[in-house]
Design a binder for this molecule. Structure first.
Ligand code: M6R
Length: 611
Protein backbone atom coordinates (compact mmCIF):
# COMPACT_ATOMS: atom_id res chain seq x y z
CA UNK A 1 0.00 0.00 0.00
CA UNK A 2 2.55 2.50 -1.09
CA UNK A 3 2.23 5.44 -3.44
CA UNK A 4 4.30 5.87 -6.55
CA UNK A 5 4.70 8.86 -8.80
CA UNK A 6 6.78 9.63 -11.87
CA UNK A 7 7.49 12.35 -14.39
CA UNK A 8 9.14 12.47 -17.77
CA UNK A 9 9.08 15.73 -19.69
CA UNK A 10 10.82 19.07 -19.98
CA UNK A 11 10.08 20.56 -16.56
CA UNK A 12 12.06 19.93 -13.40
CA UNK A 13 10.83 16.61 -12.04
CA UNK A 14 11.54 17.29 -8.34
CA UNK A 15 8.61 19.61 -7.49
CA UNK A 16 6.21 17.41 -9.45
CA UNK A 17 7.41 14.27 -7.67
CA UNK A 18 7.30 15.87 -4.22
CA UNK A 19 3.87 17.34 -4.84
CA UNK A 20 2.57 14.00 -6.11
CA UNK A 21 4.08 12.14 -3.17
CA UNK A 22 2.54 14.45 -0.62
CA UNK A 23 -0.86 13.80 -2.24
CA UNK A 24 -0.22 10.08 -2.15
CA UNK A 25 0.85 10.06 1.50
CA UNK A 26 -2.57 8.69 2.43
CA UNK A 27 -1.29 5.41 0.94
CA UNK A 28 1.62 5.18 3.34
CA UNK A 29 3.97 7.53 5.17
CA UNK A 30 6.72 5.46 6.76
CA UNK A 31 9.42 6.75 4.42
CA UNK A 32 9.78 8.43 1.06
CA UNK A 33 12.30 8.72 -1.75
CA UNK A 34 12.90 9.85 -5.29
CA UNK A 35 15.30 9.01 -8.10
CA UNK A 36 16.01 11.37 -10.97
CA UNK A 37 18.41 11.40 -13.87
CA UNK A 38 21.10 14.02 -13.29
CA UNK A 39 23.65 14.44 -16.13
CA UNK A 40 22.69 11.03 -17.53
CA UNK A 41 23.08 9.25 -14.20
CA UNK A 42 20.55 8.04 -11.65
CA UNK A 43 20.63 9.89 -8.32
CA UNK A 44 18.46 8.71 -5.41
CA UNK A 45 17.49 10.59 -2.28
CA UNK A 46 15.54 8.91 0.52
CA UNK A 47 14.39 9.72 3.97
CA UNK A 48 12.66 8.06 6.87
CA UNK A 49 9.33 9.67 7.76
CA UNK A 50 7.14 11.86 5.69
CA UNK A 51 7.52 13.65 2.37
CA UNK A 52 8.16 16.86 4.31
CA UNK A 53 11.30 15.16 5.73
CA UNK A 54 12.36 14.08 2.26
CA UNK A 55 12.09 17.66 1.03
CA UNK A 56 14.77 18.64 3.54
CA UNK A 57 17.05 15.67 2.85
CA UNK A 58 20.70 16.25 2.00
CA UNK A 59 21.32 16.59 -1.73
CA UNK A 60 17.77 17.63 -2.57
CA UNK A 61 18.85 21.15 -3.57
CA UNK A 62 21.06 19.78 -6.35
CA UNK A 63 18.26 17.78 -8.00
CA UNK A 64 17.36 19.39 -11.30
CA UNK A 65 16.58 16.45 -13.64
CA UNK A 66 13.50 16.35 -15.86
CA UNK A 67 12.81 12.65 -15.47
CA UNK A 68 12.24 10.90 -12.17
CA UNK A 69 10.34 8.47 -10.00
CA UNK A 70 9.13 8.72 -6.40
CA UNK A 71 7.72 6.55 -3.66
CA UNK A 72 5.99 6.91 -0.32
CA UNK A 73 6.07 3.73 1.72
CA UNK A 74 3.73 1.75 3.92
CA UNK A 75 6.08 -0.87 5.30
CA UNK A 76 5.30 -4.54 4.68
CA UNK A 77 8.66 -6.32 4.30
CA UNK A 78 11.29 -4.72 6.50
CA UNK A 79 10.75 -2.04 9.12
CA UNK A 80 10.51 1.63 8.22
CA UNK A 81 14.14 2.71 7.68
CA UNK A 82 16.25 4.54 5.15
CA UNK A 83 17.71 1.29 3.74
CA UNK A 84 14.23 -0.13 3.23
CA UNK A 85 13.01 3.04 1.52
CA UNK A 86 12.48 3.14 -2.21
CA UNK A 87 13.82 3.68 -4.86
CA UNK A 88 15.90 0.51 -4.73
CA UNK A 89 18.93 0.02 -6.94
CA UNK A 90 20.70 -3.04 -8.23
CA UNK A 91 24.24 -3.87 -7.09
CA UNK A 92 25.83 -1.98 -9.98
CA UNK A 93 23.65 1.11 -9.47
CA UNK A 94 22.43 0.84 -13.06
CA UNK A 95 18.68 0.47 -12.42
CA UNK A 96 16.35 2.22 -9.99
CA UNK A 97 12.94 0.82 -9.12
CA UNK A 98 9.95 1.97 -7.09
CA UNK A 99 7.32 -0.62 -6.28
CA UNK A 100 3.83 -0.74 -4.85
CA UNK A 101 2.65 -4.25 -4.03
CA UNK A 102 4.16 -7.44 -2.65
CA UNK A 103 6.50 -9.92 -4.32
CA UNK A 104 5.36 -13.20 -2.81
CA UNK A 105 8.24 -15.31 -4.12
CA UNK A 106 10.94 -12.78 -3.23
CA UNK A 107 12.73 -15.22 -0.88
CA UNK A 108 13.29 -17.73 -3.70
CA UNK A 109 14.32 -14.97 -6.08
CA UNK A 110 16.72 -13.61 -3.49
CA UNK A 111 18.33 -17.05 -3.13
CA UNK A 112 18.59 -17.27 -6.90
CA UNK A 113 20.32 -13.90 -7.06
CA UNK A 114 22.62 -14.63 -4.10
CA UNK A 115 23.68 -17.83 -5.89
CA UNK A 116 24.53 -15.61 -8.84
CA UNK A 117 26.72 -13.32 -6.77
CA UNK A 118 24.27 -10.54 -5.86
CA UNK A 119 24.14 -8.96 -2.42
CA UNK A 120 21.31 -7.14 -0.60
CA UNK A 121 21.22 -4.15 1.65
CA UNK A 122 17.53 -3.99 2.56
CA UNK A 123 15.02 -6.42 4.03
CA UNK A 124 12.46 -5.58 1.36
CA UNK A 125 10.88 -7.83 -1.21
CA UNK A 126 11.44 -5.07 -3.79
CA UNK A 127 15.23 -5.17 -3.90
CA UNK A 128 15.15 -8.37 -5.94
CA UNK A 129 13.56 -6.47 -8.83
CA UNK A 130 16.40 -4.10 -9.87
CA UNK A 131 18.85 -6.95 -9.39
CA UNK A 132 16.81 -9.31 -11.56
CA UNK A 133 16.59 -6.61 -14.22
CA UNK A 134 20.36 -6.28 -14.05
CA UNK A 135 20.74 -10.06 -14.25
CA UNK A 136 18.63 -10.32 -17.41
CA UNK A 137 20.13 -7.18 -18.92
CA UNK A 138 23.68 -8.42 -18.50
CA UNK A 139 22.80 -11.80 -20.04
CA UNK A 140 20.86 -10.32 -22.96
CA UNK A 141 21.77 -10.55 -26.64
CA UNK A 142 19.29 -7.81 -27.53
CA UNK A 143 20.35 -4.30 -28.50
CA UNK A 144 18.83 -0.82 -28.21
CA UNK A 145 15.57 -0.17 -26.35
CA UNK A 146 14.60 -3.81 -26.65
CA UNK A 147 17.47 -4.79 -24.36
CA UNK A 148 16.01 -2.69 -21.52
CA UNK A 149 12.42 -3.67 -22.27
CA UNK A 150 13.22 -7.39 -22.48
CA UNK A 151 15.16 -7.33 -19.21
CA UNK A 152 12.08 -5.83 -17.53
CA UNK A 153 9.56 -8.26 -19.06
CA UNK A 154 11.82 -11.24 -18.27
CA UNK A 155 12.00 -10.00 -14.69
CA UNK A 156 8.25 -9.57 -14.40
CA UNK A 157 7.73 -13.06 -15.77
CA UNK A 158 9.60 -14.34 -12.70
CA UNK A 159 7.62 -12.28 -10.17
CA UNK A 160 4.67 -13.69 -8.25
CA UNK A 161 2.46 -11.24 -6.41
CA UNK A 162 1.31 -7.72 -7.07
CA UNK A 163 3.26 -4.81 -8.42
CA UNK A 164 3.12 -1.39 -9.94
CA UNK A 165 6.67 -0.53 -10.96
CA UNK A 166 8.53 2.46 -12.33
CA UNK A 167 12.01 1.73 -13.62
CA UNK A 168 14.91 3.96 -14.61
CA UNK A 169 18.16 2.82 -16.22
CA UNK A 170 21.50 4.59 -16.48
CA UNK A 171 21.90 3.37 -20.05
CA UNK A 172 18.55 4.93 -21.00
CA UNK A 173 18.62 8.39 -19.41
CA UNK A 174 15.68 9.60 -21.55
CA UNK A 175 13.33 6.71 -20.88
CA UNK A 176 11.22 5.13 -18.20
CA UNK A 177 9.38 1.82 -18.11
CA UNK A 178 6.27 1.25 -16.04
CA UNK A 179 4.19 -1.87 -15.56
CA UNK A 180 1.35 -2.98 -13.34
CA UNK A 181 -0.17 -6.21 -12.08
CA UNK A 182 -2.82 -6.14 -9.35
CA UNK A 183 -1.61 -2.75 -8.08
CA UNK A 184 -2.85 0.58 -9.40
CA UNK A 185 -0.97 2.79 -11.83
CA UNK A 186 -2.15 5.48 -14.23
CA UNK A 187 -0.28 7.54 -16.81
CA UNK A 188 -1.29 11.15 -17.32
CA UNK A 189 -0.67 12.54 -20.78
CA UNK A 190 0.64 16.06 -21.31
CA UNK A 191 2.33 17.87 -24.21
CA UNK A 192 5.67 16.08 -24.60
CA UNK A 193 5.43 14.90 -21.02
CA UNK A 194 3.91 12.12 -18.94
CA UNK A 195 2.90 11.94 -15.32
CA UNK A 196 2.69 8.60 -13.60
CA UNK A 197 0.86 7.93 -10.37
CA UNK A 198 -0.87 5.38 -8.18
CA UNK A 199 -4.04 7.41 -8.48
CA UNK A 200 -5.58 10.12 -10.59
CA UNK A 201 -6.09 12.88 -7.98
CA UNK A 202 -2.34 13.12 -7.24
CA UNK A 203 -1.67 14.39 -10.77
CA UNK A 204 -5.02 15.90 -11.62
CA UNK A 205 -3.62 19.41 -11.44
CA UNK A 206 -1.31 18.58 -14.38
CA UNK A 207 -3.58 16.75 -16.79
CA UNK A 208 -7.03 15.28 -17.25
CA UNK A 209 -6.08 12.78 -19.96
CA UNK A 210 -5.11 9.37 -18.66
CA UNK A 211 -3.95 6.05 -20.01
CA UNK A 212 -5.21 3.22 -17.81
CA UNK A 213 -3.00 0.14 -17.79
CA UNK A 214 -4.45 -3.34 -17.44
CA UNK A 215 -2.66 -6.11 -15.59
CA UNK A 216 0.59 -7.17 -17.22
CA UNK A 217 0.71 -4.18 -19.52
CA UNK A 218 3.95 -2.25 -19.90
CA UNK A 219 4.67 1.28 -21.13
CA UNK A 220 8.01 2.37 -22.52
CA UNK A 221 8.19 6.13 -22.42
CA UNK A 222 10.29 8.91 -23.80
CA UNK A 223 9.39 12.57 -23.53
CA UNK A 224 7.43 12.66 -26.77
CA UNK A 225 6.42 9.05 -27.23
CA UNK A 226 4.81 6.17 -25.41
CA UNK A 227 4.59 2.54 -26.49
CA UNK A 228 2.41 -0.04 -24.78
CA UNK A 229 3.02 -3.76 -24.95
CA UNK A 230 2.16 -6.98 -23.15
CA UNK A 231 4.50 -9.39 -21.42
CA UNK A 232 5.11 -11.20 -24.71
CA UNK A 233 6.28 -7.82 -26.11
CA UNK A 234 3.26 -7.61 -28.41
CA UNK A 235 2.26 -3.95 -29.02
CA UNK A 236 -1.04 -2.68 -27.58
CA UNK A 237 -3.03 0.29 -28.88
CA UNK A 238 -4.34 2.57 -26.15
CA UNK A 239 -6.35 5.76 -26.16
CA UNK A 240 -6.10 8.29 -23.35
CA UNK A 241 -9.39 8.81 -21.51
CA UNK A 242 -10.53 12.22 -20.39
CA UNK A 243 -11.41 12.35 -16.69
CA UNK A 244 -14.03 14.90 -15.72
CA UNK A 245 -12.97 15.44 -12.09
CA UNK A 246 -11.87 19.01 -11.53
CA UNK A 247 -8.45 19.72 -10.08
CA UNK A 248 -9.94 21.59 -7.10
CA UNK A 249 -11.56 18.33 -6.01
CA UNK A 250 -8.14 17.15 -4.86
CA UNK A 251 -7.49 20.33 -2.81
CA UNK A 252 -8.69 21.23 0.69
CA UNK A 253 -10.37 24.38 -0.65
CA UNK A 254 -10.37 26.28 2.62
CA UNK A 255 -11.25 23.35 4.89
CA UNK A 256 -8.85 22.41 7.67
CA UNK A 257 -8.72 18.78 6.58
CA UNK A 258 -9.78 16.65 3.63
CA UNK A 259 -12.10 14.67 5.88
CA UNK A 260 -14.06 17.76 6.91
CA UNK A 261 -14.20 18.90 3.31
CA UNK A 262 -15.41 15.50 2.18
CA UNK A 263 -18.10 15.38 4.89
CA UNK A 264 -19.32 18.74 3.62
CA UNK A 265 -19.25 17.59 0.01
CA UNK A 266 -21.87 14.92 0.59
CA UNK A 267 -24.78 16.93 -0.71
CA UNK A 268 -22.92 17.45 -4.00
CA UNK A 269 -21.63 13.89 -4.25
CA UNK A 270 -25.12 12.48 -3.66
CA UNK A 271 -26.57 14.86 -6.24
CA UNK A 272 -23.94 13.80 -8.77
CA UNK A 273 -24.31 10.11 -8.04
CA UNK A 274 -28.06 10.41 -8.56
CA UNK A 275 -27.44 12.41 -11.76
CA UNK A 276 -30.04 11.49 -14.33
CA UNK A 277 -30.41 7.99 -12.94
CA UNK A 278 -33.44 9.08 -10.91
CA UNK A 279 -35.76 11.81 -12.14
CA UNK A 280 -39.12 13.02 -11.04
CA UNK A 281 -42.07 11.04 -12.41
CA UNK A 282 -40.05 8.63 -14.50
CA UNK A 283 -38.49 5.22 -14.21
CA UNK A 284 -34.87 4.93 -13.12
CA UNK A 285 -32.17 4.79 -15.73
CA UNK A 286 -29.04 2.64 -15.40
CA UNK A 287 -27.86 2.10 -18.97
CA UNK A 288 -24.66 0.38 -17.79
CA UNK A 289 -26.60 -2.41 -16.13
CA UNK A 290 -28.13 -4.79 -18.66
CA UNK A 291 -30.56 -6.90 -16.64
CA UNK A 292 -33.63 -8.61 -18.02
CA UNK A 293 -36.73 -9.67 -16.11
CA UNK A 294 -35.99 -13.33 -16.96
CA UNK A 295 -32.48 -13.08 -15.59
CA UNK A 296 -33.51 -11.31 -12.37
CA UNK A 297 -36.29 -13.84 -11.82
CA UNK A 298 -33.70 -16.58 -12.10
CA UNK A 299 -31.42 -15.04 -9.42
CA UNK A 300 -31.87 -16.89 -6.14
CA UNK A 301 -29.15 -15.20 -4.14
CA UNK A 302 -27.22 -11.95 -4.16
CA UNK A 303 -23.91 -11.56 -2.39
CA UNK A 304 -22.61 -8.11 -1.52
CA UNK A 305 -18.87 -8.30 -0.96
CA UNK A 306 -16.62 -5.50 0.24
CA UNK A 307 -14.31 -4.35 3.05
CA UNK A 308 -14.56 -1.80 5.84
CA UNK A 309 -16.85 1.11 5.18
CA UNK A 310 -17.83 -0.25 1.78
CA UNK A 311 -19.06 -3.40 3.53
CA UNK A 312 -21.08 -1.25 5.92
CA UNK A 313 -22.73 0.37 2.89
CA UNK A 314 -23.39 -3.20 1.75
CA UNK A 315 -25.42 -3.91 4.91
CA UNK A 316 -27.74 -1.05 4.00
CA UNK A 317 -27.79 -2.39 0.42
CA UNK A 318 -28.99 -5.75 1.73
CA UNK A 319 -32.06 -4.18 3.33
CA UNK A 320 -32.73 -2.11 0.23
CA UNK A 321 -32.52 -5.02 -2.21
CA UNK A 322 -34.43 -7.46 -0.01
CA UNK A 323 -37.21 -4.93 0.61
CA UNK A 324 -37.61 -3.88 -3.00
CA UNK A 325 -36.60 -6.94 -5.02
CA UNK A 326 -37.59 -9.82 -2.71
CA UNK A 327 -34.26 -11.57 -3.38
CA UNK A 328 -32.20 -12.83 -0.43
CA UNK A 329 -28.93 -10.96 0.05
CA UNK A 330 -25.87 -11.95 2.04
CA UNK A 331 -23.16 -9.43 2.91
CA UNK A 332 -19.66 -10.68 3.41
CA UNK A 333 -16.17 -9.33 4.06
CA UNK A 334 -14.10 -9.93 0.94
CA UNK A 335 -11.24 -11.29 3.04
CA UNK A 336 -13.52 -14.06 4.33
CA UNK A 337 -15.39 -14.74 1.12
CA UNK A 338 -12.22 -15.31 -0.92
CA UNK A 339 -10.92 -18.07 1.33
CA UNK A 340 -14.03 -20.12 1.89
CA UNK A 341 -15.94 -22.05 -0.63
CA UNK A 342 -19.02 -19.90 -1.19
CA UNK A 343 -21.93 -21.62 -2.89
CA UNK A 344 -22.15 -19.80 -6.17
CA UNK A 345 -23.58 -20.68 -9.54
CA UNK A 346 -25.09 -18.96 -12.54
CA UNK A 347 -28.12 -18.04 -10.44
CA UNK A 348 -25.95 -15.99 -8.08
CA UNK A 349 -25.44 -12.30 -8.58
CA UNK A 350 -22.41 -10.80 -6.82
CA UNK A 351 -22.06 -7.11 -6.13
CA UNK A 352 -18.64 -5.76 -5.18
CA UNK A 353 -18.30 -2.36 -3.57
CA UNK A 354 -14.99 -0.53 -3.42
CA UNK A 355 -14.36 3.19 -3.35
CA UNK A 356 -10.85 2.79 -4.72
CA UNK A 357 -11.60 -0.28 -6.80
CA UNK A 358 -8.13 -1.48 -5.85
CA UNK A 359 -8.69 -3.34 -2.58
CA UNK A 360 -6.78 -6.62 -2.92
CA UNK A 361 -9.31 -8.77 -1.06
CA UNK A 362 -12.25 -7.38 -3.02
CA UNK A 363 -10.50 -7.97 -6.34
CA UNK A 364 -9.62 -11.55 -5.34
CA UNK A 365 -13.22 -12.21 -4.24
CA UNK A 366 -14.47 -10.83 -7.55
CA UNK A 367 -12.15 -13.12 -9.50
CA UNK A 368 -13.38 -16.09 -7.46
CA UNK A 369 -17.04 -15.24 -8.06
CA UNK A 370 -16.46 -14.96 -11.80
CA UNK A 371 -14.55 -18.21 -11.84
CA UNK A 372 -17.51 -19.90 -10.16
CA UNK A 373 -19.91 -18.57 -12.78
CA UNK A 374 -21.65 -15.68 -10.99
CA UNK A 375 -22.62 -12.50 -12.76
CA UNK A 376 -20.75 -9.60 -11.22
CA UNK A 377 -21.44 -5.93 -10.68
CA UNK A 378 -18.79 -3.49 -9.41
CA UNK A 379 -19.65 -0.31 -7.55
CA UNK A 380 -16.60 1.92 -7.57
CA UNK A 381 -15.66 5.58 -7.32
CA UNK A 382 -12.60 5.41 -9.54
CA UNK A 383 -13.00 5.22 -13.28
CA UNK A 384 -10.96 2.41 -14.80
CA UNK A 385 -10.08 0.93 -11.40
CA UNK A 386 -9.19 -2.77 -11.20
CA UNK A 387 -12.61 -3.99 -10.05
CA UNK A 388 -14.28 -2.04 -12.81
CA UNK A 389 -12.15 -3.90 -15.31
CA UNK A 390 -12.84 -7.32 -13.82
CA UNK A 391 -16.60 -7.10 -13.35
CA UNK A 392 -19.32 -7.77 -15.91
CA UNK A 393 -20.90 -4.38 -15.18
CA UNK A 394 -19.59 -1.32 -13.39
CA UNK A 395 -21.63 1.44 -11.85
CA UNK A 396 -19.76 4.49 -10.63
CA UNK A 397 -20.46 6.61 -7.61
CA UNK A 398 -19.66 10.18 -8.58
CA UNK A 399 -18.28 11.27 -5.22
CA UNK A 400 -15.12 12.81 -6.71
CA UNK A 401 -11.71 11.95 -5.30
CA UNK A 402 -11.79 10.88 -1.66
CA UNK A 403 -8.45 11.74 -0.11
CA UNK A 404 -8.93 11.34 3.66
CA UNK A 405 -8.18 7.80 4.80
CA UNK A 406 -11.49 7.64 6.67
CA UNK A 407 -14.19 7.20 4.09
CA UNK A 408 -17.21 9.51 4.33
CA UNK A 409 -18.65 10.78 1.07
CA UNK A 410 -17.92 7.50 -0.70
CA UNK A 411 -20.05 5.64 1.88
CA UNK A 412 -23.13 7.79 1.39
CA UNK A 413 -22.67 7.75 -2.40
CA UNK A 414 -22.44 3.95 -2.30
CA UNK A 415 -25.72 3.74 -0.39
CA UNK A 416 -27.55 6.01 -2.79
CA UNK A 417 -26.25 3.99 -5.74
CA UNK A 418 -27.31 0.74 -4.05
CA UNK A 419 -30.75 2.27 -3.57
CA UNK A 420 -30.89 3.12 -7.26
CA UNK A 421 -29.79 -0.41 -8.20
CA UNK A 422 -32.52 -1.86 -5.95
CA UNK A 423 -35.12 0.48 -7.47
CA UNK A 424 -34.00 -0.36 -10.99
CA UNK A 425 -34.16 -4.12 -10.43
CA UNK A 426 -37.57 -3.85 -8.76
CA UNK A 427 -38.81 -1.85 -11.75
CA UNK A 428 -37.56 -4.53 -14.14
CA UNK A 429 -39.19 -7.20 -12.00
CA UNK A 430 -42.36 -5.12 -11.88
CA UNK A 431 -42.79 -5.53 -8.12
CA UNK A 432 -43.23 -3.26 -5.07
CA UNK A 433 -44.08 -0.34 -7.33
CA UNK A 434 -45.56 1.84 -4.61
CA UNK A 435 -42.50 1.51 -2.38
CA UNK A 436 -40.27 2.14 -5.37
CA UNK A 437 -42.12 5.29 -6.35
CA UNK A 438 -41.89 6.64 -2.78
CA UNK A 439 -38.20 5.90 -2.53
CA UNK A 440 -37.46 7.58 -5.87
CA UNK A 441 -39.08 10.77 -4.58
CA UNK A 442 -37.29 10.58 -1.23
CA UNK A 443 -33.91 10.11 -2.92
CA UNK A 444 -34.34 13.37 -4.79
CA UNK A 445 -34.76 15.23 -1.48
CA UNK A 446 -31.51 13.95 -0.02
CA UNK A 447 -29.07 16.67 -1.20
CA UNK A 448 -31.00 19.49 0.49
CA UNK A 449 -31.59 17.36 3.61
CA UNK A 450 -27.84 16.74 3.89
CA UNK A 451 -27.24 20.48 3.80
CA UNK A 452 -29.71 20.84 6.66
CA UNK A 453 -27.87 18.22 8.75
CA UNK A 454 -24.58 19.99 8.15
CA UNK A 455 -25.94 23.28 9.51
CA UNK A 456 -26.28 21.91 13.04
CA UNK A 457 -22.85 21.02 14.28
CA UNK A 458 -22.63 22.88 17.60
CA UNK A 459 -24.12 20.16 19.77
CA UNK A 460 -21.91 17.56 18.13
CA UNK A 461 -18.81 19.68 18.75
CA UNK A 462 -19.86 20.25 22.38
CA UNK A 463 -20.37 16.54 22.95
CA UNK A 464 -16.96 15.79 21.41
CA UNK A 465 -15.38 18.22 23.89
CA UNK A 466 -17.03 16.33 26.76
CA UNK A 467 -16.01 12.84 25.74
CA UNK A 468 -12.74 13.03 23.83
CA UNK A 469 -10.66 11.72 26.73
CA UNK A 470 -12.69 8.54 27.08
CA UNK A 471 -11.30 5.14 26.22
CA UNK A 472 -14.41 3.16 25.29
CA UNK A 473 -17.72 3.94 23.66
CA UNK A 474 -20.70 1.94 22.46
CA UNK A 475 -22.86 2.37 19.38
CA UNK A 476 -26.32 0.82 19.14
CA UNK A 477 -29.12 0.64 16.60
CA UNK A 478 -31.66 -1.69 15.04
CA UNK A 479 -32.06 -2.61 11.36
CA UNK A 480 -30.36 -0.06 9.11
CA UNK A 481 -29.59 1.97 12.24
CA UNK A 482 -27.38 -0.89 13.36
CA UNK A 483 -25.55 -0.72 10.00
CA UNK A 484 -24.94 2.98 10.70
CA UNK A 485 -23.80 2.17 14.24
CA UNK A 486 -21.15 -0.12 12.76
CA UNK A 487 -19.95 2.65 10.47
CA UNK A 488 -19.97 5.28 13.26
CA UNK A 489 -17.94 2.97 15.44
CA UNK A 490 -15.41 2.33 12.68
CA UNK A 491 -15.01 6.06 12.03
CA UNK A 492 -14.39 6.71 15.72
CA UNK A 493 -11.78 3.95 16.01
CA UNK A 494 -9.97 4.96 12.85
CA UNK A 495 -9.37 8.59 13.54
CA UNK A 496 -9.66 9.03 17.33
CA UNK A 497 -8.08 5.71 18.44
CA UNK A 498 -10.91 5.29 20.96
CA UNK A 499 -12.04 1.72 21.40
CA UNK A 500 -15.65 1.30 20.41
CA UNK A 501 -18.10 -1.48 19.73
CA UNK A 502 -21.34 -1.49 17.78
CA UNK A 503 -24.21 -3.75 18.79
CA UNK A 504 -27.73 -4.32 17.58
CA UNK A 505 -29.71 -2.62 20.37
CA UNK A 506 -31.57 -5.82 21.18
CA UNK A 507 -28.31 -7.66 21.75
CA UNK A 508 -27.26 -5.44 24.66
CA UNK A 509 -29.04 -7.57 27.21
CA UNK A 510 -27.23 -10.65 25.98
CA UNK A 511 -23.88 -9.58 27.36
CA UNK A 512 -22.57 -6.11 26.48
CA UNK A 513 -24.79 -4.39 29.05
CA UNK A 514 -22.41 -5.75 31.68
CA UNK A 515 -19.96 -3.09 30.45
CA UNK A 516 -22.35 -0.19 30.92
CA UNK A 517 -21.65 1.76 34.09
CA UNK A 518 -21.68 5.32 35.29
CA UNK A 519 -20.64 7.84 32.62
CA UNK A 520 -20.01 5.38 29.82
CA UNK A 521 -20.91 6.90 26.44
CA UNK A 522 -23.57 5.15 24.39
CA UNK A 523 -24.31 6.48 20.92
CA UNK A 524 -27.61 5.51 19.47
CA UNK A 525 -29.17 5.81 16.02
CA UNK A 526 -32.92 5.83 15.81
CA UNK A 527 -34.66 6.41 12.51
CA UNK A 528 -37.06 3.52 12.10
CA UNK A 529 -40.56 4.57 13.18
CA UNK A 530 -41.63 0.97 13.60
CA UNK A 531 -38.78 0.23 15.97
CA UNK A 532 -38.73 3.51 17.90
CA UNK A 533 -40.39 2.26 21.06
CA UNK A 534 -38.16 -0.78 21.28
CA UNK A 535 -35.07 1.31 20.61
CA UNK A 536 -36.07 3.81 23.30
CA UNK A 537 -36.45 0.99 25.82
CA UNK A 538 -32.90 -0.08 25.00
CA UNK A 539 -31.62 3.46 25.50
CA UNK A 540 -33.49 3.67 28.82
CA UNK A 541 -31.73 0.51 29.95
CA UNK A 542 -28.32 2.11 29.53
CA UNK A 543 -29.40 5.45 30.96
CA UNK A 544 -30.63 3.65 34.08
CA UNK A 545 -27.13 2.26 34.46
CA UNK A 546 -25.58 5.72 34.32
CA UNK A 547 -24.63 5.98 30.63
CA UNK A 548 -24.55 9.33 28.90
CA UNK A 549 -26.19 9.22 25.51
CA UNK A 550 -25.81 10.82 22.13
CA UNK A 551 -28.84 10.07 20.00
CA UNK A 552 -29.18 10.68 16.28
CA UNK A 553 -32.84 10.56 15.34
CA UNK A 554 -35.62 11.76 13.07
CA UNK A 555 -38.33 10.59 15.48
CA UNK A 556 -40.14 12.56 18.17
CA UNK A 557 -38.83 11.26 21.48
CA UNK A 558 -41.17 11.67 24.41
CA UNK A 559 -38.34 11.33 26.88
CA UNK A 560 -35.52 13.68 27.71
CA UNK A 561 -32.12 12.37 26.85
CA UNK A 562 -28.63 13.79 27.14
CA UNK A 563 -27.68 14.98 23.64
CA UNK A 564 -30.19 14.53 20.83
CA UNK A 565 -29.23 15.36 17.25
CA UNK A 566 -32.33 15.79 15.13
CA UNK A 567 -32.08 15.01 11.44
CA UNK A 568 -34.73 15.37 8.71
CA UNK A 569 -37.26 12.61 8.19
CA UNK A 570 -36.76 10.38 5.21
CA UNK A 571 -37.51 6.87 4.03
CA UNK A 572 -35.94 4.53 6.56
CA UNK A 573 -34.20 2.60 3.76
CA UNK A 574 -32.01 5.59 2.93
CA UNK A 575 -31.93 7.20 6.38
CA UNK A 576 -28.29 6.07 6.88
CA UNK A 577 -27.25 8.73 4.35
CA UNK A 578 -28.42 11.37 6.82
CA UNK A 579 -27.88 9.63 10.17
CA UNK A 580 -24.25 8.80 9.52
CA UNK A 581 -23.26 12.45 9.12
CA UNK A 582 -23.47 13.40 12.83
CA UNK A 583 -21.39 10.28 13.59
CA UNK A 584 -18.78 11.24 11.00
CA UNK A 585 -18.63 14.71 12.56
CA UNK A 586 -18.46 13.35 16.09
CA UNK A 587 -15.46 11.18 15.20
CA UNK A 588 -13.91 14.15 13.40
CA UNK A 589 -14.31 16.61 16.31
CA UNK A 590 -13.08 14.06 18.86
CA UNK A 591 -9.99 13.46 16.75
CA UNK A 592 -9.38 17.21 16.47
CA UNK A 593 -9.81 17.65 20.25
CA UNK A 594 -7.15 15.00 20.70
CA UNK A 595 -4.86 16.83 18.30
CA UNK A 596 -4.55 13.87 15.92
CA UNK A 597 -3.88 13.77 12.20
CA UNK A 598 -7.43 13.30 10.98
CA UNK A 599 -6.61 12.66 7.34
CA UNK A 600 -3.77 10.21 7.93
CA UNK A 601 -4.53 8.08 10.98
CA UNK A 602 -1.79 5.84 12.26
CA UNK A 603 -1.23 2.41 10.68
CA UNK A 604 -3.91 2.95 8.04
CA UNK A 605 -3.67 3.47 4.32
CA UNK A 606 -6.43 4.62 2.01
CA UNK A 607 -6.45 1.67 -0.30
CA UNK A 608 -5.42 -1.71 0.97
CA UNK A 609 -3.82 -3.14 -2.13
CA UNK A 610 -2.11 -5.95 -0.21
CA UNK A 611 -3.70 -8.75 1.81
O1 M6R B 1 -11.40 1.35 -1.45
P1 M6R B 1 -12.32 0.43 -0.71
O2 M6R B 1 -13.69 0.94 -0.63
O3 M6R B 1 -12.30 -0.97 -1.25
O4 M6R B 1 -11.76 0.36 0.77
C1 M6R B 1 -12.33 -0.50 1.70
C2 M6R B 1 -11.81 -0.21 3.10
O5 M6R B 1 -10.44 -0.38 3.15
C3 M6R B 1 -12.16 1.20 3.53
O6 M6R B 1 -13.53 1.45 3.48
C4 M6R B 1 -11.65 1.44 4.97
O7 M6R B 1 -12.39 0.69 5.88
C5 M6R B 1 -11.72 2.94 5.28
N1 M6R B 1 -10.53 3.35 5.92
C6 M6R B 1 -12.88 3.27 6.13
O8 M6R B 1 -12.91 4.59 6.52
Amino acid sequence: MCGIVGYIGRKEAKPILLNGLSRLEYRGYDSAGIATIESDKIVTIKSLGRVSDLEKATGMDAIKGTLGIGHTRWATHGKPSKENSHPHMDNSNSFAVVHNGIIENYANLKDFLINNGYTFISQTDTEVIPNLIHFHYSQSNETGNKKFIKAVTDTCNMLKGSYALEILANDFPDNMIVVRKDSPLVIGKGQDEKYISSDIPAILSFTKDFYLLNDNEFAFMSRDNIEFFDKGLRPIQKQAQNITWNAGAAEKEGFEDFMLKEIHEQSKSIRETIGSRIQENSLSSLPDLEMTKEYLESVNKIFIIACGTAMHAGYVGKTLIESLCNIPVEVEAASEFRYRNPIINDKTLCLFISQSGETADTIAALKLARFKGARTIAVSNVIGSSISREADYTLYTHAGPEIAVASTKAYTAQIVLLAIIAIHCAEILGINQEKVQELRNDILLLPSQIEEVLKNTNDIKAFAQRVYKEEDMFFIGRGVDYAVALEGSLKLKEISYIHSEAYPSGELKHGPIALIENDVTVISVLTDRLLTEKAISNIQEVVTRGAKTFIVTNQELNHSFDTVINIPKTNVLISPILSVIPLQLLAYYISKEKGLDVDKPRNLAKSVTVE
